[in-house]
Design a protein around this ligand. Structure first.
Ligand code: UDX
Length: 488
């Protein structure tokens, strides 16, 4: 019998992207795969994801969906995330149990194999509990940055040390010392956003984050999308609480490598089919990039969830145009506050910025980001510091300007600037003059060259980790051996 892995991501772009890549890697390693999404996201994957249409044709790779419990027309944006989370926990939990039960009771003759292992997004402990009750071994996967996950683990130590909660009107530049391994550089403002949003330790947002983090220790194993050379100190701390931690990233490169080793017909033009897009990619930016000089373009994207005010958008736009640099900018139709229906209207160019934007800029609603970052014309990435985006940039040797908005992004941006030294952090300051200056510093002169050298060195370490015998390559083999054993 072939081991059958059920992969169940949280329904959001950054989670779907990395977990679908893991699912394909496991499929190529010889397992049957069921990839479970919500009906809402499944519909969007069918419309926009080339990876979905490719993988759904493979024998032994099944896409299945359950309801997230919300009405179809309700936005699933960042500002309503807690509603989605609560609905999944309360409404989808029993649907998930039914799904598992029906799988286990089906006849093997129906061409359907029994699930032997669950790889679940670590933010959904209800799924781990259901699988454990039915005797299915579970491995959790966290799609966030390992540095942020370690700060969540340290919440009790922060409280015990009197460093959290912060006093009213606290200076966010004050350092915190209770997060082991980060004593020399972590400030209050670098903790994940829930630490500053919560008023006290009993705030439900902190409660959820801590409960979810600690639940990972109950699983048979813990998967992180990073590589040893990037996160060695943080990983050594995480392993004190999760000894069986598989460090198998960057997953998108692991997959590219494995596909080109195994599938002789994989051509470079096929790379876009690796993405679990919830939006339609606009590939017209690639020929535009082909026409720009090497290293001359700033790529700007705020990921899949971020929502900003129109005022911030305009300030940023002025700074970008005033910097005089070329730019490729992803403006999602639902990027601006108040337009949260997932589709929205394209943002129109303000008249005073029309000339600068059309001369040096190119706007798209959704880009083929991995290909964009690998393009030689890209000189820097102005990012919201989502973990997938940060890894994709690091692997391509592209320095970053970090404008973090929420969750793990505040901690990741501190690591980019202070630990890995592959970018600049504009956290909590984003007026037009600041944007103009930071963009110039990252694109021109000796400071830019220094960042490019560090970013190139980090990219080299990433390549070593995924090559045969590298740390991620070997950890992935260990994971595969464990999953094979679930079939006995
Ligand atoms: C957020 C968090 O910040 C992240 O750290 C967490 O793990 C998941 O939730 P998100 O805002 O989606 O994620 O950002 P990110 O993790 O960077 O993922 C975005 C993904 O969308 C990336 O894989 C990126 O390649 C892709 N993308 C983004 C595109 O393919 N095209 C685009 O135009 C923009």
């Amino acid at each position: 019998m072939v081991a059958h892995v059920l992969v169940f991501p949280f329904p959001a772009q950054g989670h779907l992207n990395s977990m679908l890549k893991l699912a394909e890697l496991l499929y190529l390693s010889g397992f049957h795969i069921t990839f479970l999404t919500t009906e809402y996201d499944h519909h969007r994957l069918c419309l926009h994801s080339p990876a979905h249409s490719r993988l759904s044709r493979l024998p032994g790779f099944w896409f299945r969906s359950i309801s997230d419990g919300l009405p179809d027309q309700q936005p699933r944006s960042a500002s309503r995330l807690i509603e989605l989370y609560n609905s999944l926990t309360h409404n989808s939990s029993s649907l998930f149990r039914d799904f598992l039960n029906s799988n286990l009771s089906q006849s093997q003759d129906a061409g359907w194999s029994r699930i032997t292992c669950l790889v679940v997004d670590g933010v959904m402990p209800f799924a781990m509990d259901a699988a454990t009750d039915l005797g299915i071994p579970t491995i959790t996967f966290r799609t966030s940055s390992p540095c942020s996950i370690w700060t969540y683990f340290c919440l009790p130590k922060l409280v015990e040390a009197g460093e959290y909660p912060f006093p009213e009107g606290a200076d966010l530049d004050e350092r915190v010392y209770a997060v082991s391994g980060m004593e020399s550089f972590l400030r209050r403002r670098d903790l994940p956003s829930c630490f500053r949003e919560a008023r006290d330790v009993s705030d439900p947002r902190l409660d959820v984050v801590y409960m979810v983090t600690v639940s990972t220790t109950r699983a048979k194993g813990f998967i992180l999308n990073t590589f040893e050379a990037m996160d060695s100190t943080v990983l050594s701390h995480i392993r004190t609480v999760c000894p069986t931690t598989y460090v198998i990233g960057p997953l998108h490169c692991m997959l590219q490598n494995m596909r080109s080793r195994m599938l002789s017909n994989t051509q470079s033009g096929e790379t876009s089919s690796n993405s679990a897009n919830l939006w339609q990619e606009d590939r017209s930016c690639l020929p535009w990039l082909d026409k720009q000089p090497k290293g001359s373009v700033l790529y700007v994207s705020f990921g899949s969830f971020t929502v900003i005010t129109n005022e911030d958008l305009m300030e940023f736009w002025h700074g970008l145009v005033n910097s005089g640099q070329r730019f490729l900018w992803v403006i999602r139709p639902d990027l601006v506050n108040g337009v949260e229906d997932g589709e929205g209207q394209p943002t129109s160019v303000p008249p005073e910025l029309e000339a600068g934007t059309s001369e040096r800029g190119y706007l798209v609603a959704w880009a083929p980001q991995e290909e964009v970052l690998a393009h030689p014309s890209i000189g820097c990435f102005l990012t919201h510091s989502g973990w997938n985006s940060s890894l994709e940039s690091a692997v391509s040797g592209v320095p970053m300007i970090c404008w973090p908005f929420f969750a793990d992004q505040h901690t990741t941006s501190r690591f980019v600037s202070e630990v890995w030294k592959i970018g600049l952090d504009m956290k909590d300051k984003h007026g037009r003059e600041i944007v103009e200056t930071i963009v110039r510093d990252a694109m021109e002169g000796e400071s830019a060259q220094e960042l490019r050298r560090s970013a190139a060195a980090m990219a080299e370490k990433a390549r070593e980790s995924i090559a045969e015998g590298g740390s991620s390559y070997l950890d992935f083999q260990t994971l595969v051996r464990y999953i094979k054993s679930t079939d006995q």
